[in-house]
Write a protein of this length. Structure first.
Length: 566
């Protein structure tokens, strides 16, 4: 099936639209193939040759969003907060001045998400569900945006259906389910990036066409869609705001915005008719304004970058670089079919609208390649979650491949079911996986076996943030010794392996333990990342020199499980 052009009008093929000469089942091979009767949701979504009715379209978009919402509630409460999520709570609990002027000195991410979470916590509290539901809503909003993106592009019935198909893929995408269940900025970054990419495509199509941005395929010509007002001005405003919000959402988002801007610039320079300098200045305006709005954070970003260049916990591995793409595909199981469809969609896009194809390639590859180069030549920083934002353009390309390359028969339904089963299996595996960090259980273990005079030693100091979050659920807990100093501990004369508020352990810290044990009989120890913060086991060995082990780790014990000495 030939893709519908995204820039130039195509003459109407009225013969393919005629419905008077034969019953629908005789005209549509998909009916005899068992893909539903004409007029049903399934048939209209997978096989309909004409634009979806407004009722059908919005019913499908809302239904997909509701299903996605339900899927993201399954483990929302059962999974304990990770350390990074308790960071979010701690930062959001700071006074406004501290949050915007002090926290950025040691926290790597901008304060926008924590500010939103701070307001959210004031309304809905600090329970695990309350904290995470903000990200869930941002994730569902992203899915709804993807569902309606084809309609907003005004690219005809095939691209309209591609938006709905992409939203179905996204609703069961394991990576998206995971990161929309975390009280972290990734869901909001994915949403703002998706808005920026959609607006950038609308702006680009306006600039490379001598006509308004509305697409004029055969259906558009018949329905008069090509005469609707262009979305150029709203898209320019949306691009400005979403680019700024993306910059404020994550410390690596500057690479994402740079990729979007570079993709627009290259496409405009090579394909814009008329005054190309004027077009280049036009697309530069939203990014200049976005950078100006983001500029107060630049000094903090430079400070964080300087620290990362000198020390960071990530280790270099070539294998890790594939994880960004498997994350976007929804895991290893659906990766092959998703990228086969993605390749088919990109080929179709290249044939029908080369400027948009080049734009998407640049915005996807440039941030990835810059991160790859930085990790290889300067300091490893590559973490797959940095690329969660790629899930929307990747899955939209896969959906384009689905509607453009697959014939309207049973094979189309079979491919959709296969992708959903593989993606769903990957998501189910996530649901069944035990959490790697269970501070809830660790704190409960200490509280349930607490005796008067106990001491709880925490290494490194950022574990204090998570322990104190769950400590409020218990009436009594041991006295705390946070080594080397309560969080945040900045400007200490020692290494900082991960962030500028959590220093590593040095031999002098053994004196802190010795002094505390002089007044406490039993000692609990909770460690996280000991190989990073205390590779020589200075704190544990000091405790062992003064107390006998009662409950200690073996090869199968989770790292965070508390050890007991007396």
């Amino acid at each position: 099936m030939e893709p519908q052009p995204l820039t130039t009008p195509r003459g109407p093929d009225l013969s393919s639209r005629s419905t008077d000469s034969a019953p629908a089942s005789a005209q549509d091979p998909s009916v005899s193939a068992g893909l539903g009767r004409p007029g049903s949701f399934i048939h209209e979504l997978l096989c309909g040759p004409t634009p979806l009715s407004a009722r059908t379209f919005w019913s499908l978009a809302i239904l997909i969003s509701l299903i996605a919402f339900g899927l993201r509630l399954i483990t929302l409460h059962s999974r304990p907060l990770e350390l990074d999520e308790t960071y979010s709570v701690w930062f959001a609990s700071r006074p406004w001045h501290e949050l915007w002027h002090v926290v950025p000195l040691y926290e790597t991410h901008p304060p926008m998400y924590y500010s939103i979470l701070k307001i959210w916590m004031g309304w809905f509290g600090e329970t695990e569900v309350a904290l995470r539901i903000l990200s869930v809503l941002a994730g569902v909003a992203t899915i709804l945006l993807v569902a309606v993106s084809g309609k907003l592009l005004r690219a005809g019935p095939q691209v309209e259906r591609a938006g709905l198909i992409a939203s179905i893929f996204l609703s069961v995408n394991k990576g998206n389910v995971l990161y929309t269940e975390l009280a972290r900025p990734y869901a909001i970054e994915t949403l703002t990036t998706a808005i920026a990419i959609l607006c950038s495509v609308i702006v680009l199509r306006h600039l490379i066409s001598r006509q308004p941005a509305a697409i004029a395929d055969s259906t558009a010509l018949k329905t008069g869609a090509a005469n609707k007002p262009a979305l150029f001005r709203p898209a320019m405003i949306g691009l400005t705001l979403s680019a700024s919000l993306t910059l404020w959402s994550h410390n690596t988002a500057v690479l994402v915005v740079f990729g979007i801007g570079l993709g627009l610039l290259v496409s405009v320079v090579f394909w814009t008719p008329g005054n190309r300098l004027r077009s280049a200045l036009t697309i530069a305006a939203p990014f200049v304004i976005a950078l100006a709005l983001w500029s107060p954070y630049v000094s903090f970003l430079l400070l964080a970058t300087k620290h990362v260049q000198s020390a960071f916990w990530v280790k270099f591995s070539w294998f890790e670089f594939s994880t960004a793409w498997s994350l976007a595909a929804g895991g290893k199981l659906p990766m092959v079919p998703v990228f086969v469809l993605c390749a088919a969609g990109y080929i179709g896009l290249w044939r029908s609208c080369r400027p948009v194809a080049v734009h998407l390639a640049i915005l996807l590859l440039v941030p990835f390649l810059i991160t790859l180069a930085f990790s290889y030549f300067i300091r490893p920083v590559f973490i797959d979650r940095l690329f969660e934002w790629m899930v929307t353009p990747i899955l939209f390309l896969a959906a384009l491949g689905f509607v453009w390359a697959m014939p309207r028969n049973l094979s189309r339904a079979a491919v959709l079911v296969a992708v959903l089963l593989l993606a769903g299996a990957q998501t189910m595996m996530f649901y069944l996986t035990k959490p790697q960090e269970d501070f809830r259980a660790s704190v409960a273990e200490v509280a349930n076996h607490y005796q008067s005079g106990d001491l709880l030693v925490l290494v490194p100091n950022d574990t204090q943030v998570a322990v104190q979050y769950y400590a409020k659920n218990f009436a009594k807990l041991p006295d705390l010794l946070v080594v080397p100093s309560p969080f945040p501990a900045t400007d200490m004369d020692r290494p900082y392996p991960s962030n500028l508020a959590a220093p590593g352990i040095v031999p002098a810290d053994r004196d802190l333990v010795k002094q505390a044990l002089a007044t406490h009989h039993r000692v609990w120890l909770i460690q996280r990342g000991a190989d990073l913060y205390d590779p020589d086991s200075l704190i544990r060995n000091e405790i062992l020199s003064l107390r006998k082990p009662v409950q200690v780790h073996d090869d199968h014990t989770p790292e965070l499980w508390p050890e007991l000495f007396e």
